[in-house]
Design a binder for this molecule. Structure first.
Ligand SMILES: Cc1cc2nc3c(=O)[nH]c(=O)nc-3n(C[C@H](O)[C@H](O)[C@H](O)COP(=O)(O)OP(=O)(O)OC[C@H]3O[C@@H](n4cnc5c(N)ncnc54)[C@H](O)[C@@H]3O)c2cc1C
Length: 424
């Protein structure tokens, strides 16, 4: 099959010569073995060229059969890599289990999300890749390799956030926890001064907390608080909280958009999979007409970084739809944007105007420069590849891992060559 396939946002047209949908792992193995340049496509939600293989082969795993297998004794589920979180979550809940966290939307594939260190929020919640305890992948010679956290230790930590460059992941094993319900509350107009004085308290007030701002004034427009029903924390639903007021009805994070696309709020309890994402599976997430960027930096710099961004607010606001601030717990995954330290994540949903966005990104990145801000692997950034490389202390190990697995570089594309190896 050939065609001008685009990513979800429509800002990237894949330049692969061929797009394949193998119906079996054996077909996939043959494809990989005979290709010189090949990569996997997830659900195409990344905003940059990380998934493309110009002139080569792209593989979608959508047609691979993949029955989910629950192992209650080990508390794991093993799934086909192409499965979307939304579908997996509903099934898992029916079996009495949950994942520890989800991103803002349930539409993305498990393998694609983990490959770029996709995350949700929560001071104690690692990103989605931290739930991965096993991987099966087709490597460069077409063989299947099974890796596990238990057996492969540090090397496994290198393979999980693989940026699509290690091989084609066919099965993923994820840790699960007993299912739980969540109540979601939205507070409006949190004054900036209160945020600065109470940042840690706010971010850790509940299981998952997200702050939304348009950077148009000294306030956080909305605070989304996701409280586990079975974990009554210090946080209590009150009409006012730190001078913010409880929203009188469900809200969309983007001003003026209907909340019909969003998961239920107003404290109505519901299953984790229908509260932890902001957007419902059956609806278009976010605005649909947008570009996105995100920077993750050590949480000890959060207040300084907030102030630095506030300084460039007049440049950011005109190009912005909305910004989201989240917390992610530290992990040991070599190429993870939260490797080694608890982080705060500054996300930007931009208007769909790349020339304007590119100019603002340079300003945002300069503002965040002192704080070791790592760009999200699946979103847009303009930082030099050299700077990106300097932010990952395990990069030399990851380079060795890629070279061991894939000596001829058939899974490497321009994005990986440039950002990981410094090659044009
Ligand atoms: C509306 C929207 C909301 C978003 N919200 C969030 C959010 O809340 N948090 C967050 O962190 N990010 C978020 N993102 C970014 C998104 O989660 C990442 O870009 C993610 O990687 C997308 O997954 P995908 O399945 O679409 O992968 P793709 O974009 O298709 O691919 C991403 C990478 O994964 C690799 N890959 C995919 N499948 C495989 C496989 N089987 N084997 C090996 N490699 C594979 C690809 O080769 C590529 O390198 C959002 C994006 C959108 C569009």
């Amino acid at each position: 099959m050939t065609g001008r396939l685009t990513n979800w946002a429509g800002n990237i047209t894949y330049d692969a010569a061929r797009i394949h949908r193998p119906g079996s792992v054996e077909q996939l193995q043959k494809l990989v073995a005979k290709s010189d340049g090949i990569g996997a496509l997830g659900t195409r939600h990344s905003f940059n060229e990380i998934a493309d293989r110009p002139g080569g082969d792209l593989v979608s795993l959508e047609d691979l059969p993949g029955q989910a297998e629950l192992d209650s004794a080990r508390r794991t589920v093993t799934v086909g890599a192409g499965v979307r979180y939304g579908e997996l979550s509903r099934w898992l809940h029916g079996e009495g289990y949950a994942l520890h966290n989800l991103g803002s939307l349930p539409h993305i594939s498990v393998a694609g999300a983990c490959a770029t260190a996709t995350h949700g929020s929560g001071t104690a919640n690692g990103n989605l890749a931290t739930a991965v305890s096993g991987l099966e992948l087709v490597t460069a010679d077409g063989e299947i390799v099974a890796l596990s956290r238990e057996k492969d230790g540090d090397g496994f930590a290198g393979a999980v956030v693989g940026l699509g460059a290690l091989g084609i992941v066919t099965r993923v094993t994820l840790d699960v926890v007993p299912t739980f319900d969540v109540r979601q509350y939205v507070y409006e107009n949190l004054p900036w001064a209160r945020l600065e004085d109470h940042f840690e308290e706010i971010m850790s007030a509940a299981y998952s907390v997200s702050l939304f701002t348009g950077w148009s004034g000294p306030r956080i427009d909305q605070v989304w608080v996701k409280q586990r029903v079975d974990e009554p924390g210090p946080w209590e639903a009150a009409p006012r909280w730190l001078d913010a007021t409880a929203a009188p009805a469900d809200r969309h994070p983007l001003p003026g958009l209907s909340a019909v696309n969003c998961t239920a709020q107003m404290g109505v309890p519901g299953p984790w999979y229908d509260r932890l994402p902001h957007f419902r599976l059956d609806f278009t997430p976010s605005s649909g007409e947008e570009l996105q960027s995100e920077y993750l930096l050590p949480r000890r710099h959060a207040i300084s970084a907030l102030r630095a961004l506030d300084q460039v607010r007049d440049t950011v606001a005109p190009v912005l739809q909305v910004s989201e601030i989240r917390a992610v717990a530290a992990d040991d995954l070599w190429m993870s944007s939260s490797y080694g330290e608890d982080v705060v994540a500054f996300h930007f949903t931009w208007k769909k105007d790349w020339p304007a966005v590119r100019r603002v990104l340079a300003v945002v990145e300069e503002a965040l420069e002192p704080f070791e801000a790592r760009p999200h692997w699946g979103k847009l950034f303009v930082m030099s590849p050299q700077r990106v490389r300097s932010l990952y202390e395990r990069l030399p190990d990851f380079q060795r891992l890629l070279t061991d697995y894939d000596p001829t570089g058939k899974f490497r594309n321009a994005f990986v060559d440039e950002h990981l190896f410094g090659e044009a």
